[in-house]
Design a protein around this ligand. Structure first.
Ligand code: FES
Length: 163
């Protein structure tokens, strides 16, 4: 097993909220959004645009390889963590005592690593995208697609992700 915990975090204060980010980076992000918007319109014109690209992803079947990624006792209810399962980088969120959610930590904008944030949000530091920890959907871009979800469950003392 080659799992590595790089960060475990319970909800806490965060440096910059998406609102603050927008106020600071209005110029650069507006132009980037305009570029992305043009790309999306182009894709739609070709009939390639996906419906609900920013919405949450479905929970996949637990059919992959089960990988223990963290001890249940190391992730408090409401907490988030960055873990790896083999070569797959993940972010976890524990919304309740009996449930842990797992998402790809690869940002859907340009592939930077998404990490635990605050207030039930994951954060990509490269261009300040924020994602809902409850379902991986985009709160604020430039990312415009949800983080892919992995099946995950609590098995005894372990949090297991199906890769
Ligand atoms: S890579 Fe650009 S916001 Fe994540």
């Amino acid at each position: 097993m080659e799992n590595k915990i790089s960060q475990v975090e319970a909800p806490a204060a965060e440096a910059a909220s998406p609102v603050e980010h927008d106020a600071v980076h209005q110029g650069c992000c507006t132009s980037r959004r305009a570029v992305l918007g043009g790309a999306v319109l182009g894709a739609a014109a070709l009939g390639l645009a996906a419906c609900g690209a920013s919405g949450p992803n479905e929970i996949p079947e637990a059919t992959g390889k089960p990988e223990p990624v963290l001890k249940t006792s190391d992730l408090a209810v409401g907490g988030q963590a960055s873990v790896t399962a083999g070569k797959t980088k993940l972010v976890l969120f524990r919304p309740s005592e009996k449930e842990v959610l797992a998402f790809s930590a690869v940002c859907t904008h340009a592939g930077c690593e998404v990490s635990p944030g605050s207030e039930n949000r994951f954060h990509c530091p490269c261009h300040e995208s924020w994602f809902k920890a409850e379902d991986g959907s985009v709160i604020s871009g430039p990312a415009n697609a949800a983080l892919p979800r992995f099946a995950c469950e609590i098995k005894g003392e372990d949090i297991v992700v199906y890769i």
